[in-house]
Structures are given as structure tokens and as C-alpha cells.
Design a binder for this molecule. Structure first.
Ligand code: 3HC
Length: 653
């Protein structure tokens, strides 16, 4: 990180302390020392009647420095906050950008918080498996009540400045001139003698919070986050009501220290930096700046194509969707409209926003309509001949400089690129279904893809709110290739003695949202059946399921039987088929334990990951972790498969 400084200016008896540590003013130990020294100056200078704390650059303090979390180095953040409260001079935290975690906690040590109208505050520690460690849960409960504190610190989501003001967490908003406005605000309050006492010496929140309601909220937070971390937040919030301020602070710190010493925190911190590293080009791109992308064409209006179209429309791109026939196009456009309508009915989108997004998507059956697009994404049938024909066609009409992408999930992007006269403009953009929801985007770099094309799509991915990972060309890229390896032993495990329900339970206990049998039923067993047939491969057990019409949830039966749509029930027919095939193969079925299920599925997956690294298909092990956590539901708390293998698996052996 670049140099840091903490400036101190004086303006009519008010000191302005400016924290400057790009890029996000994270509170490292060095920075805390500089702030402490400035606070000391303020305390000793009798000419200073009040203090405004502001930040340079794009944001107010975005938190403690995550690299240093868990290290005990004085002054600790809570010492600074104590000093602020005891300095004997009123203070204002002037918030722009995002005041997060320790940054928001620092602001809570000030007498007042002012904010520019588009600023946001938040306590996102829970996303790192932590809770606020410098009074965030306690002071937020004092200012806004237990439910608001639990919601803020338990979800980790940001709150806009207006909502924060309505909750009593921010005192005054400014449309512009934040620092000057804050100085005036403080001077007026001092002149009027209207200065409240520090939060720590205010009365304990009297509210008798509904325990049942807090417990319900906590359970819901844990369910949504697939983590028990919100429980620690809930305990700290509860303490703020039940204990004295000082005792609640001690308990918050104790809970924080325990969480910061946990393997879960280390895994989540690994992912924090891994996700940011994956979103950047590996090499510095000095050849040409990223290209401009505003108009996007999507070829194919099936589930994938319409999902991709919606992902772009949601982020303000102009989208044209192309199908070959009117009926298919109309089905696709209807799917898009229906999806937005459902969001409106659910209340997650306003009618106006939905109409705006629908209005950004147009449909066409004419190839020429793609000629103006900056980025063309093919989302047609997964067949090499079909793809090559489409790419030859778009090569003939796309404007110079347009980026041509295939959404293939397995096929050779180099071969597709060679069907054009501009392979340097071609790459793979592997979206995950539903593409308007799933965060992962595998950016498949072909042998000839130009560096600025990669840089451009990484920028586009950021605008889409996607998590990109750059991968190389191979069958199935990183995710699907490892998925195949993970599932390679599945049939044998079942023949050896496990039931589909045993396998799925082992996966859920590991932390996956669902096991492989349930997942295959959801996706449709025919997808990999078709793939196997194309490659001349046989997998007797799932092949027989498909031959018997057991294609998964959509057929009402697959590995399981589905009576009410989605609820999987073990099926005697499947059990009998497994017994029959085991007997035919001379396998004496036996009890297969959870550990064996995990070893025989995850082991091959990790081995494949290692091969992927050796071949350079992924640049770093952490990129593989990012793929699996964001695209396949690998438990975040375990850091991704490669991290798990190094830090959890070996230590448990
Ligand atoms: N510590 C260290 N580095 C941080 C950081 C932090 N708290 N927050 C961001 N960074 C770094 C990122 O790693 C990245 O570095 P890089 O450029 O070298 O990759 C750089 O700052 C920019 O970050 P983003 O790419 O994420 O920038 P965005 O503009 O997309 O987002 C942000 C900015 C919203 C501030 C986002 O970075 C963010 O959410 N940061 C984490 C905030 C957080 O979790 N704070 C709580 C920390 S824990 C804490 O405070 C404990 C306390 O209670 C005691």
C-alpha cells in the first residue's frame, strides 16, 4: 500500500484531522499510531474546542486492516475510540464513501456523525466470520436498538446514509462540502452548548427486546449466511442490553478474539484477498487500454442466453438478443419479462426498475442487428459444429474491435476462435446458471486472446457485479473439470454400499448446500449422459437411470423420487437398480462411512486441481478456491478446496 499520513489543520477553533492511507484508509497499526499522536495534540491544545475526523481519497475508513486482524499491537482501535470519548472536546466523524467495520466503530467514538448523502455505513465483520471488535455491537445497540444492531452486524450489509440517519446512527447529512459543513455544524452545536455525552456514558438501552424475535432473526441470519457467525453477533448485542457498558465491551472483545483465532476466520480472510486477486489481470496490460463496452449482443434466448441478457440489463448495458426463429425469440423474451415480473411480485424490484431493465433488452432474428455490438456472447447449443458456424457468421458482421465470446462450458475455445479471422478478439465467458443470479464468471483466455480483451472483460465483470476468474483452455475449464473428477467415484461409491441419501448427507454435513445426487437431479441427469455419449463413455448406473426416464427433478424422478415437485424421497427402484448392478459386477455391498465418501469424492477433485495448476490452466491455487466457492457452493468457511486441502484436511489426518 502507498504512504500514509494523518494531517491536522485548524479552522476557527475546530481541528480537522485527515486520515490518508490509500486505497481505503484501512486502520493498520502504523496508521493508528499516527492518529493517536494527532489526538494527543488535539487534547493538549487549549485553542482547539472541537474535532472533525475526515478522510482523504475515495472513502472514510473502510475498517481495520484485514491483514493485521488478530494481532495485538498498541494502540488498539478501541484505545483510540476511548481517547476520542475522553478527550473532553466534542467531535464529528465526517463520512464519505463507506465507513465500515472499525471505520464505523471509530465514528461511533465521536460525539456526532455527519455523512455525505451517498455515503454508506456498515459492520461487515460477520462476512469474515467475526463480529465487530471495537464496540460496534454495543454502541450501535445504544444508539439504534438491539434489532437494528443485529441486522446491521448480523448481515454485514451496508446501510445508506439516509437510513442510518433515520436509525439515529448518523446525525446530519450534507449534499456537498462535507468537511466544511461538519465544521460549521460542530461550531454551532458548541456555541449552543448542545453537546450530548459520549455513547459509553449514556443510559443503557432500556428496551426489553423480545428474546423470541432476536432468536428468530439470528436463526434466519445463520441460515442465509450458511454460517454460525451471526450467533456471536447476537450474543454481543444481547450483552449490550443485559450487561453494563464496560462489561458488554469486555465480552464483545472476548468473542472477537476467539473468532479471530479461529480457522474459519483465516479461511474467510484467505478468500477476501483471493477474490480481489482473481479480479485483476495477472500481467500488467501496457499494450492497449481496455475497450469500451456498452452494447452487448447475446446469441441464443434459451435459459442461459436470457439469463446473460438480464445480467447485462441489470447493470445498465444495452442488450440485443438474437434467435433464429420468431417463436424461440418470443419464448426467450417472455422468459425475461416473466422473471422481472416475478421479482416485482416478490417485492425485490420496483415496477419502474423492472420496466427500465426490460426496456434495455431488444430481440432480433436478424444477424445484421449484431453489427454494432461492442461485445457479442454466444449462448447457443453446446456443439462444436454449431458454435463454429455461429462464430464464422459473427466474424463476417461484427464491427472491428468487437469482443466475441462463447459461453461454452466444456468446448475448446481455441478451436472456436480459429473459425474467425480475429482469434485475438475471441475468448470464453462461462456464466453459471441462472446467469442473472450466480456471481461466478470463468473468463477463458484462448491461446491468442489479446491482453486488453481480458482487461476489458474484467472491467465489464466488475460492472456486472460478477466475480471473474481467468482460466485457460481445457475440457470443462476449472470448475466443470474438477466437478467431473469429484463425481468420478460416485457410481462406485453407490455400488460399494452407499445410498444417494448417504452421499448427499455426507456432503451437507461437510457444509455443501446439497450433495451431488440432489444436484444432478436438479440440473438434469441427461446433460452429462449426452456428454458421455458424445465422448463414447459409459457410466452404467446413471446411464440406466436415464434410459429408464429418470432424468431428474424435471421428470419427477432421478436419483430420488419427487412427489411434490422439489422434495427428494429415496426410491426403492433406485436402491434395487444399485443392488442389481453391484451384483452383476460382483461387488459385495458394505457400509460406506461419511469420511470415505468425502475422501473418495474430494480426493480426486483436489488431484485434478493440482493438475490444473501444473498445466497453468489456473494461475493460482486461490483462483480455484474462488471458482468453487462462488460457482459450486463449496463452503466458504473452509476457504475453497485447495485451501481446505492444505489447512483443514491435512491437519485433521
Ligand atoms: N483491510 C485491508 N485491505 C483492504 C481492506 C481492509 N479492511 N478493505 C479493502 N482493502 C484493500 C483490498 O484488498 C484491495 O486491495 P488491492 O487493490 O491490493 O487488491 C483494495 O483495498 C481495494 O478494495 P476493493 O477492490 O474491494 O475496492 P472496492 O472499491 O470494490 O470496495 C470496499 C471497497 C467496499 C471498502 C471493500 O474493499 C470492502 O468491503 N472492504 C472490506 C471492509 C471490511 O470488511 N471492513 C471490516 C474489517 S474487520 C474490522 O474492521 C474489525 C474491527 O471490528 C475491529
Amino acid at each position: 500500500m502507498a504512504d500514509m499520513s494523518v494531517g491536522l489543520e485548524r479552522s476557527n477553533g475546530i481541528a480537522i484531522l485527515t486520515i490518508d492511507r490509500p486505497p481505503v484508509n484501512a486502520l493498520s497499526h502504523e496508521l493508528r499510531k499516527l492518529i493517536a499522536a494527532r489526538l494527543d495534540e488535539v487534547a493538549r491544545d487549549d485553542a482547539i474546542a472541537g474535532l472533525v475526523i475526515a478522510c482523504a481519497g475515495r472513502t472514510f475508513v473502510a475498517g481495520a486492516d484485514i491483514e493485521e486482524l488478530g494481532l495485538v499491537r498498541h494502540p488498539m482501535l478501541r484505545d483510540l475510540i476511548d481517547t476520542l470519548e475522553r478527550i473532553g472536546k466534542p467531535s464529528v466523524a465526517a463520512i464519505h464513501g463507506t465507513a465500515l467495520g472499525g471505520g464505523f466503530e471509530l465514528s461511533l467514538g465521536c460525539t456526532f456523525r455527519s455523512a455525505i448523502a451517498d455515503a454508506k455505513i456498515g459492520l461487515p465483520e460477520v462476512k469474515l466470520g467475526l463480529l465487530p471488535g471495537a464496540g460496534g455491537t454495543v454502541r450501535t445497540t445504544y444508539l439504534a436498538g438491539a434489532e437494528a444492531a443485529l441486522k446491521l452486524a448480523g448481515t454485514g450489509d451496508m446501510l445508506d446514509a439516509t437510513s442510518a440517519r433515520d436509525l439515529g446512527l448518523v446525525d446530519v447529512l450534507f449534499d456537498s462540502d462535507l468537511v466544511a459543513g461538519s465544521v460549521r455544524f460542530l461550531a454551532d452545536r458548541i456555541a449552543a452548548g448542545n453537546i450530548p455525552s459520549p455513547v459509553s456514558s449514556r443510559a443503557r438501552p432500556a428496551e426489553r427486546t423480545d428474546d423470541g424475535q432476536l432468536a428468530k432473526m439470528t436463526a434466519e441470519l445463520c441460515r442465509k449466511a450458511r454460517s454460525s457467525a451471526p450467533e456471536q453477533v447476537a450474543k454481543a448485542v444481547r450483552n449490550a442490553i443485559d450487561l453494563s457498558f464496560d462489561d458488554a465491551m469486555i465480552e464483545e472483545r472476548r468473542l472477537f478474539d476467539a473468532a479471530a483465532a479461529s480457522p474459519r476466520f483465516r479461511a474467510l480472510r484467505h478468500l477476501f484477498f483471493a477474490e480481489r486477486a482473481a479480479a485483476k489481470p495477472v500481467e500488467t496490460v501496457d499494450a492497449a487500454p481496455p475497450r469500451t463496452v456498452q452494447s452487448v449482443a447475446v446469441i441464443g434466448a434459451g435459459t442461459m442466453g436470457s439469463g446473460i441478457a438480464m445480467a447485462f440489463a441489470n447493470s445498465g448495458f444495452d442488450v440485443v438478443v438474437r434467435e433464429t426463429g420468431d417463436a424461440a425469440l418470443e419464448r426467450g423474451m417472455k422468459r425475461i419479462r416473466d422473471t422481472y415480473d416475478r421479482s416485482v411480485t416478490r417485492g425485490s424490484l420496483s415496477r419502474e426498475d423492472a420496466d427500465g431493465r426490460i426496456g434495455r433488452v431488444s430481440g432480433t432474428t436478424e444477424a445484421e442487428a449484431l453489427s454494432a455490438a461492442d461485445l457479442i456472447i454466444e449462448a447457443a447449443f453446446e456443439d462444436m459444429a454449431v458454435k463454429k458456424q455461429i462464430f464464422a457468421e459473427i466474424d463476417a458482421i461484427a464491427k472491428p474491435g468487437a469482443i466475441l465470446a462463447t459461453n461454452t462450458s466444456y468446448l475448446d475455445v481455441n478451436e472456436i476462435a480459429r473459425s474467425t479471422r480475429r482469434p485475438s478478439d475471441v475468448l470464453g465467458l462461462h456464466f453459471f446458471s441462472p446467469a442473472n443470479v450466480m456471481r461466478l464468471l470463468e473468463v477463458v483466455r484462448g491461446a491468442d486472446t489479446a491482453p486488453e480483451v481480458i482487461a476489458t472483460v474484467l472491467k465489464v465483470a466488475r460492472r456486472l457485479g460478477k466475480q471473474p476468474v481467468v482460466v485457460g483452455v481445457c475440457h470443462g475449464f476449472v470448475g466443470n473439470r474438477m466437478l467431473q473428477a469429484r463425481n468420478s467415484q460416485l457410481s462406485r461409491l453407490l455400488l460399494d454400499g452407499a445410498d444417494p441419501a448417504d452421499v448427499d448427507a455426507a456432503f451437507r454435513n461437510f457444509g455443501w448446500p446439497m450433495g451431488p445426487c440432489q444436484m444432478q437431479d436438479l440440473a438434469g441427469l441427461d446433460i452429462s449422459w449426452r456428454n458421455r455419449k458424445a465422448l463414447g463413455k459409459v457410466d452404467l448406473l446413471p446411464d440406466r437411470l436415464c434410459e429408464n426416464g429418470r432424468l431428474g427433478q424435471k421428470a419427477g424422478k432421478g436419483w430420488y423420487r419427487y412427489e411434490n415437485g422439489r422434495d427428494p424421497k429415496p426410491d426403492a427402484e433406485v436402491a434395487a437398480l444399485i443392488e442389481e448392478l453391484a451384483a452383476e459386477s460382483g461387488i459385495a455391498r458394505r457400509t460406506v462411512g461419511e469420511q470415505e465418501i468425502i475422501d473418495r469424492t474430494h480426493g480426486p477433485m483436489i488431484d485434478e486441481g493440482r493438475r490444473i495448476l501444473e498445466e497453468g490452466v489456473a494461475a493460482r491455487a486461490s483462483d480455484i478456491d474462488v471458482v468453487w466457492v462462488n460457482g459450486y457452493g463449496f463452503p466458504r468457511d473452509l476457504g475453497g478446496p485447495m485451501y481446505w486441502d492444505e489447512h483443514f484436511r491435512t491437519s485433521s489426518q
